[in-house]
Design a protein around this ligand. Structure first.
Ligand code: SF4
Length: 448
């Protein structure tokens, strides 16, 4: 009689940074605080897009970032009930799954208010959602570079019967096609920066009037001082990751998005990014690598597939691939801290909102992608063709062609999504990745 052997588990060849575990605890604490904010008498703002949290912090409000909440549910495989509620309400599966998940939460929140009067996500869904999202007192939209993002809060406003005040910040798209235009330069950049800055002044007055809270300018300067320092440490860590072999990878930086994106600016945030940077330096000093046996270095273009974060990090490591950098990491999240004047931070904040990686014309995106591919010395590019995020996928074919023509770097595309696992196609990624790595091997053999 022959016994059936269980399949051998694939060894995990990743070596993730230990410091990010502390970041995860900080993020979990933040959500717990948000879920109980109403009990502490705080007013709550739901917002989308760029990191307005320092303004909300100084306005005495608790804040919920819509994309972050959707990403959190997807990363915990808990997005199902919210997406189902959204589908029942009429949101099509082709709608951005971040917005679909968050709008589903809005629907559940309204149902919860009608039912148990809990003011939280519908009581019957709480266990599955593992969340108690308080209903909003305000909506603020700060989305650049994506029409879905720009309408998302307006749709939430309708779900709440148009009774919750809403403020929309308008962001000019940075076409970058004038003669004087370039990354962080030119009249288009200067005038757009001032235009968004002026709206932040209006937002602050609006929040003061509606909330009854006096805006604390000193607290804004203080929190932006911490955020600027945290962002500088983050950049230093990213810079260290150019080493060969890589001491940490793109996936470690994905795990560190939430702290830089929406946690309060304070000393703990700075300490966290100092610990990330220091751990990377320690790895370089002691020959510790981000994955076992690095053989290839790839760039990752696309927004994150939050359902698959751990899976993808293991998959690439299994093939000896260190994923080095990507548009979503290197060119997002307070990525140009030198722009922030901590005595007068609004202009630098406005500029970061404009620097959303979906808010550039192809000329600038091409410049950034080629620059990063060269600096991280990558062998190829993986494009995550994010099914419901057209803002990110729109220019990808042009970027792939440019990388091939200008740097001789090959690319592959795979389909997935930000927060809907049903769009991910495992066979496509596996076969295309294997084919690209083989082609890289052939090229190396020919060159040697
Ligand atoms: S489509 Fe993409 S850029 Fe637009 S709101 Fe959704 S995730 Fe954000």
């Amino acid at each position: 009689m022959t016994a059936t052997m269980p399949p051998l588990a694939t060894p995990d060849r990743t070596n993730r940074l230990a410091a990010t575990r502390h970041g995860n605890r900080m993020v979990a604490q933040y959500w717990d605080d948000l879920f109980t904010a109403r009990e502490r008498g705080q007013q709550i703002v739901w917002y989308n897009g760029g990191a307005l949290n320092p303004i909300f912090q100084a306005a005495g409000l608790a804040w919920c970032h819509g994309e972050a909440f959707a990403a959190r549910l997807a990363a915990q495989q808990l997005e199902g009930p919210a997406q189902l509620a959204g589908a029942e309400y009429g949101y099509n599966a082709e709608l951005c799954s971040y917005s679909r998940t968050h709008l589903g939460c809005a629907v559940l929140t309204v149902q919860g208010d009608e039912g148990a009067q809990t003011g939280v996500v519908g009581a019957h869904d709480q266990a599955e959602l593992a969340a108690r999202l308080p209903a909003p007192d305000f909506f603020v939209n700060n989305y650049a570079g994506c029409s879905t993002g720009q309408q998302w809060d307006e749709i939430s406003y309708r779900v709440f019967d148009k009774e919750v005040p809403i403020f929309n910040i308008s962001h000019p798209f940075l076409w970058g096609n004038k003669a004087d235009a370039g990354y962080l330069q030119g009249e288009e950049w200067e005038s757009a920066s001032r235009y968004v800055r002026d709206q932040l002044v209006d937002l602050i007055a609006w929040l003061e009037e509606r909330s009854g809270n006096k805006f604390d300018w000193d607290l804004l300067r203080e929190s932006m001082t911490y955020i600027k320092r945290a962002a500088e440490l983050r950049r230093e860590g990213l810079e260290l990751c150019k080493a060969k072999p890589a001491p940490a990878t793109f996936w470690d930086w994905i795990s560190a998005i939430a702290p830089i994106n929406f946690l309060p600016g304070n000393q703990e945030l700075v300490d966290y990014f100092a610990s990330v940077r220091d751990e990377i330096q320690h790895r370089i000093d002691h020959g510790i690598t981000g994955i076992e046996n690095e053989r290839y270095r790839l760039y990752f273009d696309g927004i994150m597939n939050w359902n698959k974060l751990g899976f993808l990090s293991r998959k690439f490591a299994e093939h000896g691939v260190a994923v080095m950098a990507g548009r979503y990491i290197t060119n997002a999240f307070w990525q140009e801290p030198q722009l922030i004047d901590t005595d007068d931070p609004l202009l630098g904040m406005a500029q970061h909102y404009l620097l959303c990686p979906t808010n550039h014309g192809t000329r600038t995106l091409d410049y950034l992608t080629l620059r990063d591919c060269e600096e991280y010395d990558v062998d190829g590019i993986v494009f995550h063709s994010t099914r419901t995020c057209r803002a990110f996928t729109g220019p990808q074919r042009l970027l792939a062609r440019s990388a091939q023509n200008n740097l001789g770097i090959p690319s592959i595309f795979f389909e997935g999504d930000v927060a809907d696992a049903s769009f991910y196609k495992e066979e496509i990624l596996e076969s295309r990745l294997a084919a690209m790595l083989e082609a890289i091997d052939v090229k190396r053999a020919q060159a040697s």
